[in-house]
Design a binder for this molecule. Structure first.
Ligand SMILES: NC(=O)c1ccc[n+]([C@@H]2O[C@H](COP(=O)([O-])OP(=O)(O)OC[C@H]3O[C@@H](n4cnc5c(N)ncnc54)[C@H](OP(=O)(O)O)[C@@H]3O)[C@@H](O)[C@H]2O)c1
Length: 238
């Protein structure tokens, strides 16, 4: 039986992906800060879910938590980073920006590095992270969120190059959703909002195919091409 860890599986995309992995014969370690939600999910299939409650902002503890969870699972083939935070911050309140940076950049990096080193030592594995279409361009309403997602996109590309140079079967998958109907989808004027189930299904297929990059839902790939090619004056008018 294959083993996976999902960071940030108490709700939203991570929770839906965990259920899909269970359906597909995985044992799954799920994490998040809300212990009650982790316990609730575990109670639905106690033999297949393993839980570990921790805050990814507390980076000094991350290696220990991931080592312990992997030991409980009896190995690891796949690690998915679905944890994330992002708030609209028009007034540039630094506490909000810091929380986003600590979670989406510092915590993310500690987890990605642990996973890459683990997979390199065992000579195989797959690291998946849910970045965002928001990482393709700047955003005046949520600057730290879009910048942190740009960081994730670049960091994942760097790890993919590193994996390729190692010649080992280590796969790095960058999932870039548009809008998905979760607590994270904030603000007015949302469009093409996907259900969590549809998004999770498309993400699962991309993981299964070891895809390098996947836009979810697929039509966001078209918008991504347009966004990347827009001149800065057009972005400033948005
Ligand atoms: N929904 C969208 O429209 C959308 C679009 C593009 C990208 N994304 C990305 O998709 C990912 C998943 O988000 P979602 O939409 O599924 O939202 P969500 O339901 O709010 O899920 C976020 C998850 O991250 C965990 N998390 C947040 N901060 C954490 C921390 N400091 N330590 C540990 N865990 C933490 C949460 O668990 P606890 O609260 O229990 O800690 C929760 O399980 C995020 O990276 C988000 O940026 C979402």
């Amino acid at each position: 039986m294959k083993k996976a860890i999902i960071i940030g599986a108490t709700s939203g995309i991570g929770k839906a992906l965990a259920a899909l992995l269970i359906e597909n014969d995985f044992q799954v370690g799920i994490t998040g800060r809300r212990t009650n939600l982790l316990e609730e999910i575990k109670s639905t299939n106690p033999n297949r879910y393993f839980i570990k409650s921790f805050d990814i902002k507390e980076v000094s503890q991350i290696n220990q938590h991931l080592n312990d969870l992997t030991l409980e699972l009896g190995g690891l083939d796949l690690l998915i980073i679905s944890s994330g935070t992002g708030d609209l911050n028009e007034k540039l309140e630094f506490e909000i920006e810091k929380r986003t940076i600590d979670t989406n950049i510092i915590g993310f990096t500690a987890i990605a590095d642990w996973a890459f080193n683990f997979f390199q030592n065992q000579k195989h594995g797959q690291l998946v992270a849910i970045s965002s279409i928001a990482g393709l361009r700047g955003n005046h309403l949520a600057p730290s969120y879009s910048a942190s997602k740009a960081y994730q996109i670049n960091y994942l590309e760097s790890l993919r190059i590193k994996a390729s140079k190692s010649k080992l079967p280590i796969y790095i998958t960058d999932i870039r959703p548009g809008f998905v109907n979760t607590e994270m989808a904030k603000g007015d004027g949302l469009f093409w909002v996907s259900s969590v189930e549809k998004a999770a299904n498309q993400i699962f297929k991309a993981i299964y195919k070891n895809q390098k990059v996947a836009y979810v839902t697929k039509r966001w790939g078209v918008l991504a091409c347009i966004m990347k090619s827009l001149p800065s004056w057009a972005i400033e008018k948005m």
